[in-house]
Structures are given as structure tokens and as C-alpha cells.
Design a protein around this ligand. Sequence first.
Ligand code: NAP
Length: 539
Amino acid sequence: MSSEPHRHEVVIIGAGVSGIYQIKRLVDLDIDAVVLEGDDDLGGTWYRNRYPGARFDSESYTYGYSWSQEVLDEWDWKERFSGQPENLHYLNFVADKFDLRRHMRFNARVTSMTWDDDEREWTVELEDGDVYVSRFVIPSLGPLSMPTLPRYPGMDEFAGPSFHTYHWPKEPLDLTDKRVGVIGTGATGIQVIGELADKVGELKVFQRRPNWSSPLNNSEISAEEMAEIRGRYDEIFANCAESPGGFEHVPDWRGFWNLTEEERHAHYDFLYTQPGFAILVANFAEIFFDQAANDEISEYIANRIRERVNDPVIAEKLIPLDHGFGMQRLPLETNYFEAYNRDNVNLVDLSEAPIERITATGIKTAAAHHELDVIVYATGFDAITGGYDRIDIHGVDGRRLGEVWKDSPRTYIGVLAHGFPNLFMIAGPQSVSGSTNFPRAIETGVDWVTDLLVQARADGRTRIEATAEAEQEWVDEVVRAHERMMFRRSKGWFTGYNSNVAGHQEGKIRYQAYFGGAPRYNQRVTELAANGYPGITVA
Ligand code: NAP
């Protein structure tokens, strides 16, 4: 801790996918900036999520950065959906290649930020007492960086290892012959369960609600394939920019009702064998808007589950009844359903007998006590706004961001918030990041923020703030986009639901992400810049 504040023109918070690119842009422009990272190394999501099975579910070559020809030339992806160790290696490769670490400070957890309207600067305080003062702050916090745990009695009493998947230990953990309990069947739980099933003594899956899931269809990328991908990078990124989800997959616009049921099923059969999110985003667009279309694809996937799970009673328990296919963020799986055909894997249905408490030796439900050696909480995140809530952010006249966003966040294009000048959020609430292939939208955000900053500096301006009217218009647009989607009725983090966070309960939608699609969003922000940033006061 030093007594004098550190001064930089820009403070970036977070050294994950966003922070790494943001610092690269600023370093190239010779702008004095520092990255403050709470962890002891860079990588964000890919530094933290070390659980077995953690991997991209975007095609690796659509997830990687597009902005460096050298990186594109030099980095070979080994798998279509690359695993956490390689992903972390990639981010380190990029940071080291451009010598970015020297602009990063680790173990620098930001606890509060206060805006001084006279000086036009932010005071940023760290957990260890250190203080940074900067003209601009760019939170690059990650939409899924605040893990949430249940609040069961006795959680501290469990004698064995127990942790959230986000905090999976860095040290090797031998689970051979161990009795492992996994709570949660979201994208994380589904990855970890598929991976652990044949590696542990016994696996108990504590499921509150089943989730739709379809095959990831991962495969290795050969040298020849990688050469072909490399030759197509321009086309790949152009395709991603034009697709609503930011992927290479594009919706099928033939028209659900223009085809026969047989033709539609042939398309589902094809998509089920395709990699990644094809089954969702290369499907008929109607599945997101038309209940009958969604019912049909849901029944198709349900039948696939019935085919894959031997015990019909278990199969039915794995089929969601409270929401249709694609109505919550779709987890992609590898051997997930087959795991339940193994003798050492058991499904514990919490909808029949909820968890009552954690004991020293396991989990007690209303029906039984399950003896366990390890408990894994795959219980999700305080998504999108959680990273902001943990920092006490005070804007103009001391107004608190957490208070303003208590019911639902309010932003202008997911980047700016009225009353919080010179704060530029990358992948912020109500941007398109949360609803699409994250890194594609992250690059859009970083480039847009950097251009705005460069222009303001060139004009000698030092205060940038969204107007209240522009913010309201954007919030209205975000709400309209939500209302077009059937998933607004389901319980998932897309709509801000998290049973473990006060105020984020069912029936109370938080408008956290923009669902108008990447092309519309990109067009909107491009036009804003081209038209001199209407809705933003630059003074
Ligand atoms: P999640 O989708 O929110 O799932 C959390 C799970 O925990 C749900 O099954 C939930 O049940 C259960 N749960 C929560 N609290 C519980 C409690 N108190 N008792 C019992 N069960 C409880 O979280 P996630 O699986 O971590 O995924 C979050 C997001 O991370 C994903 O949607 C995705 O965007 C991202 N992710 C990406 C990848 C990738 O491949 N790139 C992998 C993993 C995650 P309910 O459904 O009943 O609430």
C-alpha cells in the first residue's frame, strides 16, 4: 500500500478476454493505462473455471481474437471446442506476445470507485487500501464472474472438499474412488458431470430443474483443417458479424411452416450431429417466437434424450417441462445423457425431495442422507450485473450504481450509464455480449470505446456521459427486444433469475442483455459513431 494515489489516464478493471484487448488498444495508442486484476494472474473466466470438462462451446476459431494477423497466423487451435487449459494458454500467449503483463497489476481487487465532477476523474480504491486516480475507467468485469452459492444450513460443516466450479482448485484433485456430489445442471454442471462420470467412484447429481441440452460434437482440428481455417479467417469473422448470435451458424429462413414435418425433422436430424450451437442458431428462426414451432423441436430433443437414457423414468426426469428448448441458455454436452446409464451415477431429484442441509458427511434431502467425499456447487452466477454490484460505485452527486440498477440495469447501448461519466463498460449490461458469442461483441465494444476516447481526447474533451433520454430510449429498446422472445417467461440468467441472489427471483425480469442480435447492435453503434455520438454529452 502506498500513501500517494497512483495516477493513470485510464484504469481498466479485469484482465480477462476484454481487458487484454482493451489494454492492447490503449498501449498501441500510447495512452497511459493500467489493468487492475483481482486474481493473481490474467485470464478471467479461463483462469478461474478449471473444472474438468470446462471448454468453449463457441467454435475455437470464432472465439479467438480477430484483431492480430500475427496471432491468427501463429496460433493453432487443436480442438473445435478447445478446453480450459489451452484457452488460458492462448490468452497468455497473446498477452506475452505483446508484452501486456507489464501494464497489469494482479491481486488488485477494486472495492469502490467515486467520481469527482470538479476534477473530472475517478478515485478507484483497492481491497489492500491502494488508490488509483484516473480520468477514465473501463470495467471489463466479465458477465459471469460472480459465482453464487446456495444458502443451505451446514455448508461450512462439510468435512471434505467443497467448492463452486468457478473455484475448482488449481492443485490436482484426485477423485478416483471418491463419492462426488454435483449440485446444479446448468451449462457448467452438464460439462462437469459428463466429464467426471467415468473418473470418480460414485457421482450423485442433485437436480432441481432439468435443462435442455444437445451434443457439442467436438472434434480435433488437424493441421490441414487448421490451414483451411486460417485461410478463411476473414470470411469466418465476417460471417460471425452478420449472424444474430455472432457465430458462423445462421438461422434457417426457409420458413418453418413452408416445410413438411418430415422435411423439418430431416433438418433436426442433420443439426443434431452438427457442432456447437447449430441445433439452436441454425434452426428455424420460428422456434424462438412461435410456440408450436418450439413445441416441435422440444419434443424432438426430448425423444433424443429418451433414446439415449436407458431408464425411462430417469429419461423423463431429465426432460424439462417448465420451458421449451432454447428458452434458457442452452448447455452443450458430451456424454452427459449416457452418464446416467452408468451404475456409479445417480440422479437425485430435488423437485421431489429438496435439500434440507449439508452435513459433515454429505447432503441431507427430505428423503435421504447422501454420503459424500466431495461436494461441487455448479450453482451459477450473479450474471452480468454481479461484477458491478461487488464494487461500490458512486457517480455524479454520489448516486450509487447498485441502487440505480437495483431492479434492473439501465445503460446506453450497454456501454455508458447516465450519472456515471467516463465509465465505459465492456460487455456491459444491455450490450449484445451476454446474448451472443462473447468475444465477437467484446471486440466491437473495445473498438467503439477506444474510438470514442480517442476522439474526445483529440478534441480536448474530458467528460463523456450518456444523456438520460438516450439511456431511456435504449432501455426501451432492450425491453422491446425481450418482449419479442418467448424465453422472457423462463427462469434463467438471461432474464436475471438466480434463486441465490436477493431480489433476483422468479417473476421479476431484469433486462440484462440486448436480444436484438449482433448485426442490429453493430449497425446501431457504428451509426452512433458516424453521426457524432448522439445521446452522449462530450464536454
Ligand atoms: P446456471 O446455468 O445458472 O445453472 C445453475 C444450476 O444450479 C441450475 O441447474 C440451478 O437450478 C442450480 N442451482 C442453483 N442454485 C441451486 C440451489 N440452491 N439448489 C439446487 N440447485 C441450484 O449456471 P452455470 O451452469 O454455471 O452456467 C452459467 C453460464 O455460464 C452458462 O449459461 C454459460 O453462458 C456460461 N458457461 C459457458 C460454458 C461454455 O461452454 N463456454 C460452460 C459453462 C458455463 P435451477 O435451474 O432450478 O435454478
